[in-house]
Each structure stands twice: as structure tokens, then as C-alpha cells.
Design a protein around this ligand. Structure first.
Ligand SMILES: *Cc1c(COP(=O)(O)O)cnc(C)c1O
Length: 457
């Protein structure tokens, strides 16, 4: 096998890294001072560092390697496609077999009214595409004044200008000028914001903040509402059962489009193909990315429901939008191989009926830990809230020292768990065995013990 780089010592790599490489979502000063963790290989649910540490990857890379690492079939599918046809564009009425086959496959697995797809290179580009497509849709219908998107505080929809404007991350908003036509409403975060209300009452209240906003802005000016079925980067926020049905009612009542951002929930995370399926809500558009290729190739896209597709396909006139790599053949081949494994090995069924149930049962046992206020989740995604007062559901402090401490303690114990403030989150590979699930929960408990000790609890 040809080697494109030399094998070096960790120190050498860290120094080259600090000298030349600006990482995403990174404090560059901090990166230079502390040195990066260098990951050199991976197998199953484990990653290995340049120092030889073996770490259980509780985050599936970055929510994308849903089938874990070492999936030879996907690697082969990509390699074969690169040899047959490494690239051709899909502009100007061109296409190739992998992009066509994948489109039909996605239509097959998505809800019956989802029959078309537009490809992008990432989830952020998918959400930019959503904005462009929604504006085009309303223009074609002769309602060009419908331009407003309603999204939620603490949402994550990517990091392009469009994606980050749709998102509701205060830190990101403070570093660029947002699109003026995106407005934010309450998130359905009962643990953090529900106060004395029951989760069900609070779910309705959060949904109705959308209605209040629509009435405030003018129903004829609102184009769409966008939300992640389960907020991921915001801290794995699973909405109360009352939330999505009420959101759907509101969207229908005012005729606005409903968009579920499936970049994390899609492709099996909840035991269903999409988060909308899990919550039994019919979306008009579904941006997706991450798990679609098991992380083996960058690919994103937007599933387009018939309501929108019918207008786009019957009205005529060019849609001036697309990316050079929209529907890249190797990425589409990776997606086809991924979906094939998900179907053949009955991965969704296992997440829904057996292993996902087991993971949630075991993960829930962490709620009895003295510094844990809540453990929650669905299928193969979960969160625990660190707290110094279980009944008051308060956070340790605003600087999320507890979260950072816990994250470091996890790594020391050979586990990747991510910290969002004082919320610890997991999204492990759906292919984990029950033994590996036990190992994950066991390591998480040890890390919590260590965190409590370091916090003097
Ligand atoms: C990660 C993510 C995105 C952005 O996807 P990229 O591929 O990083 O651009 C968008 N939406 C959600 C819900 C995500 O989790």
C-alpha cells in the first residue's frame, strides 16, 4: 500500500500540527500550548492514538461512524468507484449510476411522501440548500414575501453563514453577522428550562413559542420552521412527547414548511431511518449528512417531500444552486454500501428492539450517581446532566468546569464522551456489542467518580 506520509513521533506531529494546522472549533492558542491528541487508526468501536492508547469511541467519530470503523465493504465500494469513475459532475443534465441508485434507495427508505433528493458535500451545505430551496419554493408559488425561518435557541445546523444563522448558538453568533431573516424561539429543554412544569406541559409551551413568533412576525411572512428531532450538539435534548405533534399542528395551521434536520438523527441513531419517523411527524424537507456514508466520505443532502418537489418540478426555470461535488460518485458509493449494511444486518431493528433498549437501560443506571441529575436518551444517543443539586437541577457553574473535568476523566479511563457545558453526551456506534455497552457504562461511571472526587464532592 502506498504511504502518503511518514510515521513520526507524537511530539513531532504535535509540533507540526501546532505550526501549520488551524483546527475547526478550536482555541488556536490553547491548541499550541496543550498539543493535539493524534488518532492514527481505528477498528470496530475503538480508536487508537499515536501513543498507543486504545479508546472506546462513545461519539462515533463526530456522530457519523454509525457502523463503527473497519467496514471493509464501504472502503471497497469507494475504491472500486474511484477506479471506475472518480468524478463527474451532475450539472447540465448529467448523472452517474451511484448518484441515481442512491437517490432511489433514499426514496425507498424515507417516508412515502419523500421521493426526491438534492446532494451536497456536508450538513452545513444541506442547510444552506434548504434556505435556497425554501425561498425558491415560495417565489414559485407567488408568495415571495415568505422569507423568514424560525429556528430555536441552542440549535445546531452547521457552520456556514446559513447554517450558523439557522443555528442558535450564542458563541457562534457573536463571531459573525447573521442572516436577518432567521428568528429563534424556545428549545424543548425540560431539564434546563422546564422549571416546575411537567415535561408534557413544558413541551406544549416550547412548541407554542413558535406560534407566538409567527403571529408577531406575520403568518404570511414566515417560510419555514426548522428543528433537529433531537438536538444533538446542543446537548442531546430529547423533547417531551407533546412537542413535535404541536409543532406539526402549528406549521399546518399557518401553512409554513416543516424541516427536520436529520444530520444526527438520520440513518439509525433512534432505531428508525430518520428522527421524523421516530417522532411520527411528517416533514417537508430533511437535510441529512454524517451517518449516511458512515463517515467514510463527505456527503450531505436534502430529502425533498412531494409538496415542495411537485412545485419545483412542474414550474420550470433553472434553480441556480449546486456544488461541484453534489452527488460525488465515490461518496454516493459509500452511502449505498452503508445503507446496504444497515438493511442487511438489521441494524435499525436492533437499535429499536434489543441493543438500543439495553443501552438505555444501562445508561439510565448512571442517574443514581451523586453528581448526575438526569440520564436520558433514545436508541443509541444519550446524555447525562452533571449537577451539584439533584432536586434543583442546577449546574455546577457557568464555566462548565465539571463538564471539562468529566471529559478529561473519560479519556483517562479510555472513553470518548463529549461535554456540552455540564451535559455529557454519547452517540456510540450502533454496532456495539452488549459487552462493549457494559464497558462504556462502566468507564463512564469511573469517570464520574473521578470527576466527583476532583470537584471535592
Ligand atoms: C453536524 C451537524 C450539521 C452540520 O454538518 P457538517 O457536515 O458539519 O456541515 C448540521 N446539522 C446538524 C443537526 C448537525 O449535527
Amino acid at each position: 500500500m502506498s504511504q502518503t506520509y511518514q510515521k513520526r513521533s507524537t511530539a513531532e506531529w504535535q509540533s507540526m500540527d501546532a505550526g501549520h494546522y488551524l483546527h475547526p472549533f478550536t482555541d488556536f492558542k490553547d491548541q499550541m500550548e496543550r498539543g493535539s491528541r493524534i488518532i492514527t487508526r481505528a477498528e470496530g468501536p475503538y480508536i487508537y492514538t499515536s501513543d498507543g492508547q486504545k479508546i472506546l469511541d462513545g461519539m462515533s467519530g463526530l456522530w457519523c461512524c454509525n457502523l463503527g470503523y473497519g467496514q471493509q465493504e464501504i472502503a471497497d465500494a469507494v475504491a472500486e468507484q474511484l477506479k471506475e469513475l472518480p468524478f463527474y459532475n451532475s450539472f447540465f443534465q448529467c448523472a452517474h449510476p451511484p448518484s441515481i441508485e442512491l437517490s432511489a434507495k433514499l426514496a425507498e427508505v424515507a417516508a412515502p411522501h419523500m421521493n426526491n433528493v438534492f446532494y451536497t458535500g456536508s450538513g452545513s451545505e444541506a442547510n444552506d440548500t434548504v434556505i435556497r430551496m425554501v425561498h425558491r419554493y415560495w417565489d414559485l408559488l407567488g408568495q415571495p414575501e415568505r422569507k423568514i425561518f424560525i429556528s430555536r435557541h441552542n440549535a445546531y445546523h452547521g457552520s456556514t453563514i446559513g447554517g450558523a444563522s439557522l443555528g442558535g448558538m450564542g458563541g457562534m453568533h457573536s463571531q459573525f453577522t447573521r442572516l436577518p431573516y432567521v428568528h429563534h424561539v424556545d428549545q424543548p429543554y425540560w431539564y434546563g428550562e422546564g422549571g416546575d412544569m411537567s415535561p408534557e406541559e413544558f413541551g406544549l409551551k416550547a412548541a407554542r413559542s413558535i406560534e407566538t413568533k409567527i403571529l408577531e412576525l406575520g403568518a404570511d411572512k414566515v417560510a419555514a420552521f426548522i428543528g433537529e428531532p433531537i438536538q444533538g450538539a446542543g446537548g442531546v435534548i430529547v423533547p417531551p412527547s407533546t412537542y413535535w405533534p404541536e409543532v406539526k399542528r402549528i406549521c399546518d395551521q399557518y401553512g409554513i414548511l416543516l424541516i427536520t434536520d436529520e444530520v444526527i438523527c438520520g440513518f439509525g441513531r433512534t432505531g428508525h431511518w430518520f428522527g421524523a419517523d421516530y417522532f411520527n411527524v411528517e416533514a417537508d424537507l430533511m437535510p441529512f449528512a454524517k451517518g449516511v456514508t458512515n463517515g467514510y466520505q463527505p456527503l450531505g443532502g436534502v430529502m425533498v417531500g412531494d409538496r415542495v418537489a411537485d412545485v419545483l418540478k412542474t414550474q420550470g426555470g433553472e434553480f441556480y444552486h449546486g456544488y461541484t461535488y453534489s452527488g460525488h460518485p465515490a461518496a454516493c458509493a459509500a452511502a449505498l454500501a452503508t445503507i446496504n449494511i444497515l438493511q442487511r444486518d438489521k441494524i435499525l431493528e436492533q437499535v429499536r428492539d434489543t441493543k438500543g433498549v439495553y443501552l438505555q437501560e444501562q445508561f439510565a443506571t448512571l442517574a443514581d450517581h451523586p453528581i448526575v441529575g438526569e440520564a436520558r436518551g433514545v436508541g443509541f444517543v444519550g446524555a447525562i446532566e452533571l449537577t451539584n443539586d439533584k432536586s434543583a437541577r442546577t449546574r455546577f457553574d457557568d464555566n462548565s468546569t465539571a463538564g471539562d473535568l468529566c471529559r478529561a476523566a473519560c479519556i483517562e479511563n479510555g472513553l470518548v464522551m463529549r461535554a456540552v457545558g455540564d451535559t455529557m453526551i454519547i452517540a456510540p456506534p450502533l454496532t456495539m456489542s452488549t459487552d462493549e455497552i457494559d464497558e462504556l457504562v462502566d468507564r463512564a461511571r469511573k469517570a464520574l467518580d473521578l470527576t466527583a472526587q476532583r470537584l471535592g464532592k
